[in-house]
Ligand binder design. Structure first.
Ligand code: NAD
Ligand code: DAU
Length: 332
């Protein structure tokens, strides 16, 4: 039994990880989360009280972080400002949480000599051409495009420097786009599903040719557990499930599953600096740690995700109107 401190565990991927850990291990989990607009305690309901606790707090709060890190065996660091569009409107919170927050955590992990796993993103590598034969690997040079991805890149580099200079017991993973339950309605897939439920036409940025490499959140969770268990200190592992699709294909799939004409969407203003394509080569994770994704059928995964949003309107309705109002102001 290990005691895990999961930062950002009230967000999309963090909450999926907590549910995954609870159902597949005997570990004790503490979630540290500031409950920003993206955090939701409703995502952490029905967890066993003898193996789970929630602490509301900021990862930049040094005394709080120091106490919590000292009391746990492993820190799994998900907390971040995570949305590219928000980072284009107001970058400051991204610098605070993604850079200073990560710094605060790794200083505490160094002081107390704790195992640290840093959750990052494939966006640190920039983007690929549509016909590029190479995908991202652990050796691809960093080339982030947005305030969001540049702060994630900065946080990765801090972790690498702390490993080399101070012997921090850390690993890093860079994952591709996740989908599944508990994702905020600002993000692409839940936005379009909840738009259709709410009688609003889905919105596609630009021509919809941008490609994302989709992975189910449970597959991300199993990969993170494999890295915590078997990963080598100082190593980076890319996580991906060979799920490349362009945005137009994804919207059309959602519309088809929801009984709508395939062309019942609007093209809207494109994202500034919009990355064209992400694609992950996860050979290292698969061959060295023996990890395999379980959710290889994207079509079925999208159907399950649609069912989840249909069955959980109470979870997403409170955020929907404000999210759409903000997008409307931006012409999106
Ligand atoms: P999210 O926005 O859904 O959740 C972020 C969580 O962090 C929220 O619960 C929020 O309240 C919390 N948080 C934010 N600032 C905080 C602070 N200062 N102190 C404590 N808690 C704070 O994000 P997500 O999509 O679940 O992403 C989680 C992590 O995974 C991020 O590090 C992100 O970069 C990474 N990631 C995301 C994806 C994806 O597809 N969403 C893919 C790869 C990597
Ligand atoms: O690749 C991993 C990254 O994936 C994570 O690091 C980020 O935290 C996560 O938000 C996600 O970033 P993206 O920018 O790729 O995700 P988003 O859901 O915002 O958009 C996915 C694609 O869909 C992107 O090409 C923009 C497009 N899009 C998005 C929205 C919200 C639309 O066409 N319409 C929309 O309404």
């Amino acid at each position: 039994m290990q005691r895990l401190l999961v930062t950002g565990g009230a967000g999309f991927i963090g909450s999926n990880f907590v549910h995954y850990v609870m159902s597949t291990t005997e570990n004790f989990v503490t979630v540290l989360d500031k409950l920003t607009y993206a955090g939701n305690l409703e995502s952490l309901k029905h967890l066993p009280a003898d193996r789970f606790q929630f602490v509301k707090g900021d990862i930049c709060d040094q005394p709080l972080v120091d106490d919590l890190v000292a009391a746990h065996d492993v820190v799994v660091h998900y907390a971040a400002e995570s949305h590219n569009d928000n980072s284009l409107q107001d970058p400051r919170p991204f610098l605070d949480t993604n850079i200073i927050g990560t710094y605060t955590l790794i200083e505490a992990a160094r002081k107390h000599n704790k195992r640290f796993h840093h959750i990052s993103t494939d966006e640190v590598y920039g983007d690929l051409e549509l016909d590029d034969p190479e995908r991202f690997t652990e050796n691809t040079p960093y080339n982030p495009s947005s305030p969001y991805s540049s702060t994630k890149a900065g946080s990765d580099l801090l972790v690498r420097a702390w490993v080399r200079s101070f012997g921090l017991q850390a690993t890093i993973s860079n994952c591709s786009n996740n989908y599944g339950p508990y994702q905020h309605v600002e993000k692409f897939i839940p936005r379009q599903i909840t738009n259709v439920i709410a009688g609003i036409r889905p919105k596609l940025y630009g021509k919809g040719e941008n490609v994302r490499d989709w992975i189910h959140a449970n597959d991300h969770s199993s990969a993170v557990l494999a890295i915590i268990d078997k990963g080598l200190i100082g190593e980076t592992y890319l996580i991906g499930a060979d799920g490349e699709k362009n945005n137009k294909e994804v919207v059309e799939l959602i519309l088809a599953h929801m009984g709508q004409p395939r062309d019942a969407y609007d093209h809207v203003v494109d994202r500034a600096g919009h990355d064209l394509r992400y694609a992950i080569d996860s050979t290292k994770l698969r061959t060295e740690l023996g990890w395999q994704p379980q959710f290889s059928n994207f079509d079925a995964g999208i159907e399950d995700t649609i069912d989840w949003y249909r069955a959980n309107e109470d979870w997403w309705r409170p955020q929907k109107a404000a999210t759409e109002a903000k997008y409307k102001e931006q012409g999106q």
